[in-house]
Design a protein. Structure first.
Length: 291
C-alpha cells in the first residue's frame, strides 16, 4: 500500500500548490464574524457542528500572530507598536487595557518560540476525517496523532473533511501559577481542548484554510468547517508555554512559533450565513438579517 500513500501525498502537494483565483473559489477564511456582517457567496450546506467533530481526530494545533478573524469590539485592534517578537505578518489584536501591570510583566518562555506577554494569538485546533490518530474501542478519541502543518489532516484520504476550532487569546503573566501543579490545572489540556465558549458565543461557518500565502486575489482551494469563539479569551503565559511543551512532546517543532496571518477576506469571498455553534434557538443567523 506504499504506492497509495505516495499518490495521496502527491495529490495533497498538488492541492497546496494550486494558485486559485478568488473569482473561482468557494467561501474563504478568515472572515469578519461580527454579528450582522454580510457575506456574498452562497453556503451550500450547513457546516458540521460539535456532534460531528467528536467523530473526527485531531491532526494539528498551531497559532497565528494576532487574530486572523475579526469581531468588532473583541479582536479588532491594529498591531501594537514595538516588538512583536516575530517577523511574520500580524493579524488583529485584543485590547490590553484590562491587564494589570503585574499581568503585563515579561515571561521567560521555555518552549514557545517568538512569542510575548501582552500579544494576541489565534489558536487553531485542526480535526479531520483523514487524520492518522486512532479511536479507542468505545469510539472515543484514543492515541493522539498530531503533526506539524496540515499534512496530517490528509494522511489517510486526500478529500478529507476538516473542522478547525479557532480561538483568539490575549497572553498575560499569572505570577500566582508558581508550581507545576497550578500550571497543569490552568493548562487544562489546551493541546486538545479550547476554552469552551458558552452557548451563543461561538459560530460555525463554511470557509477555507488560512495563512499569509493567501489574499483577496489568490484564494485557498481547501474547504474547512470553522468553529470560532466570538470573544477574546485570556490565556496565561504559563499555560501557553505548557501547551508548547505538550506540542513538543508530540513531535511538533515548526508549530512552536506563530504563523503569519491572512487578513479577513473581502465580503465578496465570504459565506453568506453563519450558524450558532451551540444555538440558543434552532434558527441559523443569516447575516444582515437580525429578525
Amino acid at each position: 500500500m506504499a504506492w497509495l500513500r505516495v499518490c495521496l501525498l502527491a495529490l495533497v502537494g498538488v492541492v497546496k500548490s494550486v494558485d486559485l483565483a478568488c473569482t473561482d473559489a468557494e467561501p474563504q477564511s478568515p472572515r469578519d464574524v461580527t454579528p450582522g456582517y454580510t457575506g456574498i457567496l452562497a453556503t451550500r450546506y450547513e457546516p458540521y457542528g460539535e456532534e460531528e467533530r467528536r467523530n473526527f481526530l485531531q491532526a494539528n494545533l498551531h497559532f497565528h500572530l494576532g487574530a486572523e478573524h475579526k469581531n468588532d469590539g473583541e479582536y479588532d485592534q491594529a498591531p501594537p507598536a514595538g516588538d512583536l517578537a516575530s517577523t511574520v505578518a500580524p493579524g488583529l489584536f485584543c485590547k490590553t487595557d484590562g491587564l494589570s501591570p503585574a499581568e503585563k510583566q515579561p515571561y521567560n518562555f521555555q518552549h514557545c518560540k517568538n512569542v510575548s506577554v501582552g500579544l494576541t494569538y489565534e489558536f487553531h485546533w485542526v480535526f479531520s476525517s483523514g487524520a492518522p490518530g486512532q479511536l479507542a474501542d468505545d469510539g472515543s478519541e484514543g492515541e493522539l496523532g498530531i503533526a506539524d502543518g496540515l499534512g496530517g489532516a490528509f494522511a489517510r484520504t486526500v478529500n478529507a473533511d476538516v473542522i478547525v476550532r479557532g480561538q483568539v487569546c490575549l497572553i498575560y503573566n499569572n505570577a500566582s501559577l508558581d508550581t507545576a501543579a497550578k500550571i497543569e490545572a490552568d493548562y487544562a489540556d489546551f493541546l486538545t481542548k479550547w476554552r469552551p465558549p458558552p452557548a451563543g458565543q461561538a459560530v460555525k461557518y463554511v470557509g477555507s484554510t488560512t495563512g499569509s500565502s493567501y489574499n483577496d486575489n489568490v484564494c485557498s482551494p481547501a474547504e474547512v468547517n470553522w468553529h470560532v469563539d466570538l470573544k477574546c479569551c485570556k490565556l496565561s503565559a504559563q499555560a501557553f508555554d505548557r501547551t508548547c511543551q505538550a506540542m513538543y512532546d508530540e513531535g511538533l517543532r515548526e508549530d512552536l512559533k506563530p504563523k503569519g496571518s491572512r487578513p479577513p477576506v473581502d465580503r465578496r469571498w465570504v459565506a453568506d450565513v453563519t450558524f450558532p455553534l451551540q444555538p440558543v434557538c434552532e434558527i441559523p443567523v443569516r447575516e444582515g438579517n437580525t429578525n
